[in-house]
Design a protein. Sequence first.
Length: 681
Amino acid sequence: MYNIRVRPFLIVAILVLSIVIGVQASQKPTGQVEVSIVDEATGIGLSGQVSLSASSRTTQNAVKYRMTFDLTPGTYQLGARAEGFESAFGEVVVRENVVTKVKVNLDPTSIDPRWSYKVLKAEVSEGRMLVQGTITDAVTGLPIEGAQVYAEGTETYSESDGFFRMQILAGDGTTHLSISHPDIGSMIRKNVRIWPYGDTTYRVSLEPGQNSVIDEANPKFSTETKSTENCDECKLDEKEFGGGGTDGSNAPALPKSIRVGRNCPTATTCTTIELFSVDSYVKRVVPAEWYSCWGNVTGGLDCLRAGAVAVRSYGVYHVYNPRTSTYDICDTTSCQVVGASTSSNTDLATDQTTRYVLLSNGNVARSEYSAENNNAGCGDGFSGTGTSTAPCINDPVCTGFSTFGHGRGLCQWGSARWATGKRLSSSLACSNSAPSTGQGTKTWQQILAHYYPLYTLEQGSAPSIVSMSASPTNPLRGTTFTLNYGVLNNATVNNVMLGASIAPTGTSTVTSNAANDLKVTLPTGTNTQSRPFSLPLSQVNGIYDILGALYYDRNNSNTINAGDFVMAELKTVGNLTVSANVQFVLYKSLYMAKAGLATTLTARLRRQPELSAQSGKLVTFKVGGVAVGTATTDATGFANFAYTPSLSLSGGPKVLTAEFAGNNGLLPATATGQIVIISRD
């Protein structure tokens, strides 16, 4: 990985098509990054803005769903924004003669009621399964209207916004879902799990001219996935084991985004990248690795809650310890499967356990799990393999079941049996009529403690920046001012760097101040964090946006660099004015003027410290505190006013002032002298 300093460059959503690319002229672009932005809830392409920044090089572009950047090789911090959506961040490695494809999934700041847990549960009819989603064109990102959706003798068509919804007859089993449009393409999703009173929400992207088939029961996404004849449980496959993570004190830091490798022949050879928020990632993984229908069995939501914590911990661990320099985690059973659909059961389980992770010796745990851990090395009725990292665990609810997986960590079928008190199996996967285990039930916390006796459960820190302000709000060029971060934090966390940049409002000209990046501990609750920000003498005067970010210093280097991740960010628009002092003087300290005759009053305005002449600035001249006229400075900074005093002003010396009101980042100024008016006689 290139060890190039990555600066926080945050951006504001705009709906324009202009392109601003700032690459140093001396550096010939030799690699490309293709970025697309979509709504995580629907998969529809978004208009927004993307930044790719590294050291002094910054590239910024307004994006309509997809845009390609030509860049020199190196490691870049990618940021993406769109109006009405949470931002996302992640490192992108640009390599020579390689096109790196990145898809950014942005979470909407307000949830469409159609995805609401309560709405979905109220909508579904007795004995039926609700299937809904959005269908988009993979090339344009636009919704597809009029696509046919068919399953179990029921069909519907997508609406103008790509949305479809239908209810199909459902037992405890699977069906095939067919989606097609005559002018675009088709997709068949085989072995879609259905159950009474269930629901699933898809993001379907049709590739023009392609007719794809996806088997949800046996995806075989990875050559590293072990084969099995029991394809009904293929998605409940094994995870790898390990530990690692935070600095071991206070709460673990949670990243704002996670980079997922897609199209993965192996765990380390994925060809494209997707960015998700951590919880959106969990919501995609849990229904692909667990049975969402377990949540419809009495008590079953607790096994999904336990699963959400295990999935989140495993994912966050890999943000700390990426699979490769280009992405954190793959999307196959070699890591964790990322599906195209979500379910209200698994969404609810994720939301109810948000921020919770498992810790191993104070570090985020690489919390493995597999489908059936019974008799994997400790005997029938026991989970575990009998090693120091996977000790034998008395697990009577799994007695008699055949091992499926490596046997370490959480047993997925066991978690369902402990949560429901039912002896669930592939033949009775989601039925309240399954026989009792006779062992009682456990909550999700108890399930985690049962299967992870060496780990502890804790909420990670996920702070937010609620305000950014400058003190003073109009600092001078060449001076240092203070940036104040209003922070709301759920749990105390160490090793947080206060990163900052400023940019003239409406531009992409970013100024960073790496030397003053400051490491802090963020306490629990509402607090204010402050850091200095030094302006160079060359800083352009004007109105600026403040760009603030909280970075976790993963490598404990006391600087923001490659490998550190964004925990929170905020951009405030137009609340900083960069100003300059001026040198403003009268040409004479004492003027002698005759009543009735014109006398030229002269003042000169120059900007400090370089004393550059300021032309076109309005100067007001006053005698004895009364305005007598105005003049505009010329190219040399001189303002000349022909003043004809009246005889009534003759007498002793009077105060003469020239006043500049200030504008365009120049501070107001006053020059003072005297004038003596004498009669013409």
